[in-house]
Structure formats: structure tokens, C-alpha cells
Design a protein around this ligand. Structure first.
Ligand SMILES: *[C@@H]1O[C@H](CO)[C@@H](O)[C@H](O)[C@H]1NC(C)=O
Ligand SMILES: *[C@@H]1O[C@H](CO)[C@@H](O)[C@H](O)[C@H]1NC(C)=O
Ligand SMILES: *[C@@H]1O[C@H](CO)[C@@H](O)[C@H](O)[C@H]1NC(C)=O
Ligand SMILES: *[C@@H]1O[C@H](CO)[C@@H](O)[C@H](O)[C@H]1NC(C)=O
Ligand SMILES: *[C@@H]1O[C@H](CO)[C@@H](O)[C@H](O)[C@H]1NC(C)=O
Ligand SMILES: *[C@@H]1O[C@H](CO)[C@@H](O)[C@H](O)[C@H]1NC(C)=O
Ligand SMILES: *[C@@H]1O[C@H](CO)[C@@H](O)[C@H](O)[C@H]1NC(C)=O
Length: 392
């Protein structure tokens, strides 16, 4: 009785093992099959599963703008520490689509223009851009002074002009003007002798409904790892803003496509013209987005680290005598010399000395972190947080 029972039991175990074995083999084959199909399907060619969504990415992208309202101008001019009150967010939904998409180089590459437009979202904002006034650094004046720095005569001239048009170190402008442009009296004065000078200034001036130049992308047909990777931007395969070839590299995609079969151990690179550089993100944790597993990638501290902390960043330091520390990026080379500094939202990851220099700042990880949630297999973008803020 007993032996046959054992035999019987063993038989069941064997059968189970066999079933499990078959299951494993089937799963493995199925996975390889799926992966190969994905690799074939995730390519940027007419008729592919991903082409239409790549041209017109459906997930909404929001851009939040924060401003620092200087509330003690008088005291600051007498030598006090600036006291700023953070005002924001003023949120815009960014609509993007790719225009003039065409296959180039015998169909191995695809060329496109990224058209972005911005629509204000009152319900996600603290106030109204046309009605809220901010006292902030007078960037056009800084830019003009920067240009004439070193020439006594020109600087004196600019000072006289500044007095005559009533512009100072700070300016009081509405949020709308600061973002979308205003006629600056000093620039108008300068333009009367140098007509090539643009008299309107705004952080996002002319950015609504326009593109930032031609991109050429790899289709991913030859190698799935190249899917969506930027080959050239405005005809260049290297930027010219920075001081080293490493910093000038155009790495990765434009953020709207990531290669399939993502690995937790890899760095994903994104080239963003808004920041004028490539950045990277690394795996942070597993998350679930609407029940679908995803990898959360976030930019590590090293991306924006000072050159002492990360020598690879040396080239981003445009004026070697006056390098910015961790967390900040001087984007003036690609903003016509205007002294604008980019940071992670709210100086997140920035050195304490920047945070402490200004009253009213409080970096918080959860609120100010940039992240991407990516489905590891299909690479589908399932969630994003506003990428960067330009802060004045
Ligand atoms: C900025 O500060 C000024 C006073 O310094 C205040 O009148 C103004 O309302 C503030 N702006 C916003 C948007 O809070
Ligand atoms: C797209 O092509 C049309 C016709 O050639 C051209 O007029 C338009 O400026 C192009 N768009 C962009 C963003 O370059
Ligand atoms: C495109 O393909 C044709 C024929 O295969 C070849 O002669 C030509 O050099 C190719 N052009 C480019 C830009 O690769
Ligand atoms: C940008 O353009 C769109 C459509 O052309 C318009 O609806 C929107 O209000 C504009 N946004 C701003 C901030 O002017
Ligand atoms: C800024 O300008 C607006 C409109 O001209 C004015 O109402 C406001 O009082 C000004 N704010 C400051 C702080 O000067
Ligand atoms: C950058 O690369 C180019 C060619 O690839 C080379 O000629 C140049 O010397 C390099 N510049 C630096 C700063 O390394
Ligand atoms: C671009 O990629 C290369 C090689 O992966 C890396 O050495 C370089 O630091 C990257 N540059 C930027 C700006 O991310």
C-alpha cells in the first residue's frame, strides 16, 4: 500500500515538475518572443504602434513657474540680506507635438520639429499672471551691464541711460510680463543706437507655439537601444554652449521616448534644450502607476554637482573664476548672456549656502523632485513631474 502511495505521490510531484518545467519553458519562449516583437514594433516609422503617440504625446505635461518676490528692496540696497517670498505656482499645461516629421537618410533617421504651446491653468495656480506683480532682478539691465563690463565709458553711458529711463537693479513686473515678454525701456534705449537688439524681454518670450529647432532622431530600427535617441539638434551633434566636449554631448532622447526593455542599472539620458544640456536619471524605486508596475527614475545629485564633487561637470562652469556650486546651472550661454540660473525645482539638491542666502526657501524632496515613471518593458511613460524651474 505504502510504496504505491509514495510512487503515486512521486508521480504527482513529477507531473507537477514537468508542468512547471513546461510552464517555465513556455514563459521563457513567450518572453523572448514578446521582447523581439517589442524591439521590432517600437520603432519610429510610419505605421508602427508607437509612431503616432510619439508625434503627439498624450500624457499631459505641466510647467510650474515660481518666482521670488524680493520684499526688502530698500533694505537690500542698504546692505541687508535679500528677503524673498516665493510666489507660485503659476501653472501652464504644455501641449507638444512634432511637426514636419519626415524620414531622412534613406529612412534610417527621422527629422522633426517640437512645437510647444502653453495654456494657463487657473485651478492649478495661486493667482492670475496679469494681476500679480513681482519685484525681481532686472535681467535686461543685468545683461546690458554685463555686456559693457570692463569699458568705463560704456558703463557710464549705461548708468546714465538707466537713470534716464528709470530702471534699477530690481523691476516690478507682472507674472505675465516676466514670462511672455514686455518692452523694456533700457533695451529700447540701447536699440536706438544698435537696432539689432531685441527690445522685448521675457523668460518664455516667443516660446508659445514655436519650436526649438530641427531634431534628427534614430528610429531604433537598426538597434532598439537607439529608439528615439537624438542624433543632431539644429544640425549639430555637439552643443557649443559649454567648455568641454563631455558637457557639450547630446545624449539620449528628448524625453518623449525611451528604449524598450529598460534596465534598473542603466542611466537614462535626456537632452533638454530648455536647460541647454543633457541630463541623466537613475533608478530609484519600483512604483505602481494605476496598477501597472513601473520604475521610477530620478536625477541623482551628481548631475548638477559642482566640478569638485563631479569632475565630469567641469565644462558647465562657464566662468572658471566664478563657478556655481552643486545644484545650480548657469544657463546664460544659451540665453543670450542674460544671467539666468536653472536649478531643480526650489533649489532642491542645491548647496546650503544658496538656500541660506535667501530667506524663505525650503527645499523638500517630495515636492520638488523631478521624476519619470517608466514601464520597464514597453517603456511607456506613465508619470512625470515638472522637470525644471528657471528661477530668478
Ligand atoms: C510681492 O511683494 C510686494 C511687496 O513687496 C507685494 O505688494 C506684492 O503683492 C507681492 N506679489 C505677489 C504676487 O505676492
Ligand atoms: C514645416 O514645413 C513648412 C513647409 O515646408 C514650413 O513652412 C514650416 O515653416 C515648417 N515648420 C517648421 C516648424 O519648421
Ligand atoms: C541611400 O541609398 C542609396 C541606394 O541604396 C545609396 O546609393 C545612397 O548613398 C544612400 N544615401 C544615404 C544618405 O545613405
Ligand atoms: C499660447 O497660444 C495658445 C494658442 O495659440 C493660446 O490659447 C494660449 O493662450 C497662449 N498662451 C499664452 C500664455 O499666451
Ligand atoms: C508694481 O506695479 C503695480 C502696477 O503698476 C502696482 O500696482 C504695484 O503697487 C507695484 N508694486 C510695488 C511693490 O511697487
Ligand atoms: C572636442 O572634440 C573635437 C573632435 O572630436 C576635438 O578636435 C577637440 O579638440 C575636442 N575639444 C576638447 C576641449 O577636448
Ligand atoms: C554623455 O555621455 C557620455 C558617455 O556616456 C558621458 O561621458 C558624458 O558625461 C555625457 N554628457 C552629458 C552632458 O550628460
Amino acid at each position: 500500500m505504502l510504496p504505491s502511495c509514495a510512487l503515486y505521490a512521486a508521480g504527482v510531484v513529477c507531473a507537477l515538475l514537468l508542468v512547471a518545467g513546461i510552464g517555465l519553458i513556455v514563459a521563457q519562449t513567450f518572453r523572448t518572443f514578446m521582447y523581439n516583437r517589442l524591439k521590432k514594433e517600437i520603432v519610429l516609422v510610419e505605421g508602427s504602434r508607437v509612431f503616432e503617440t510619439w508625434k503627439k504625446p498624450p500624457p499631459p505635461v505641466y510647467m510650474e513657474f515660481f518666482f521670488f518676490n524680493v520684499t526688502n528692496v530698500k533694505e537690500f540696497l542698504e546692505g541687508a540680506k535679500p528677503v524673498v517670498k516665493q510666489v507660485g505656482p503659476y501653472t501652464y499645461r504644455e501641449y507638444r507635438y512634432k511637426d514636419n516629421v519626415s524620414m531622412v537618410e534613406n529612412g534610417t533617421m527621422v527629422s522633426a520639429y517640437n512645437i510647444k504651446s502653453f495654456v494657463f491653468l487657473e485651478e492649478k495656480s495661486v493667482g492670475h499672471p496679469a494681476e500679480d506683480y513681482i519685484t525681481t532682478v532686472n535681467i535686461p539691465a543685468w545683461a546690458v551691464m554685463n555686456k559693457v563690463k570692463g569699458s568705463f565709458w560704456k558703463s557710464s553711458m549705461v548708468s546714465i541711460w538707466m537713470n534716464s529711463v528709470g530702471s534699477g537693479i530690481f523691476t516690478n513686473r507682472s507674472v505675465e510680463e516676466l514670462l511672455w515678454g514686455y518692452e523694456d525701456p533700457l533695451l529700447a534705449r540701447v536699440a536706438s543706437s544698435s537696432p539689432e537688439v531685441e527690445t522685448t524681454f521675457g523668460l518664455m518670450y516667443k516660446k508659445n507655439g514655436s519650436d526649438d529647432g530641427e531634431f534628427i532622431y534614430h528610429t531604433g530600427e537598426q538597434n532598439y537601444m537607439d529608439y528615439g535617441r537624438v542624433k543632431t539638434w539644429k544640425g549639430l551633434s555637439q552643443l557649443k554652449f559649454w567648455r568641454s566636449n563631455q558637457s557639450n554631448s547630446i545624449n539620449g532622447s528628448d524625453g518623449s521616448a525611451f528604449h524598450p526593455l529598460l534596465d534598473k542599472n542603466e542611466r537614462i539620458y535626456i537632452f533638454t534644450p530648455d536647460l541647454c544640456r543633457s541630463i541623466y536619471m537613475e533608478f530609484e524605486k519600483d512604483v505602481e502607476v494605476k496598477g501597472i508596475p513601473a520604475f521610477r527614475f530620478t536625477p541623482p545629485r551628481s548631475v548638477m554637482a559642482s566640478k569638485e564633487e563631479n569632475p565630469a561637470n567641469e565644462g558647465f562652469c562657464v566662468s572658471p573664476k566664478n563657478c556655481l556650486g552643486t545644484g545650480l546651472l548657469d544657463v546664460s550661454p544659451c540665453r543670450k548672456g542674460a544671467p539666468v540660473v536653472a536649478s531643480f525645482p526650489h533649489f532642491y539638491l542645491a548647496e546650503d549656502k544658496y538656500v541660506n542666502a535667501i530667506d524663505g526657501l525650503s527645499p523638500q524632496r517630495t515636492h520638488h523632485q523631478t521624476f519619470l515613471d517608466l514601464n520597464p518593458v514597453s517603456h511607456v511613460l506613465s508619470g512625470v513631474n515638472p522637470l525644471f524651474t528657471l528661477e530668478l
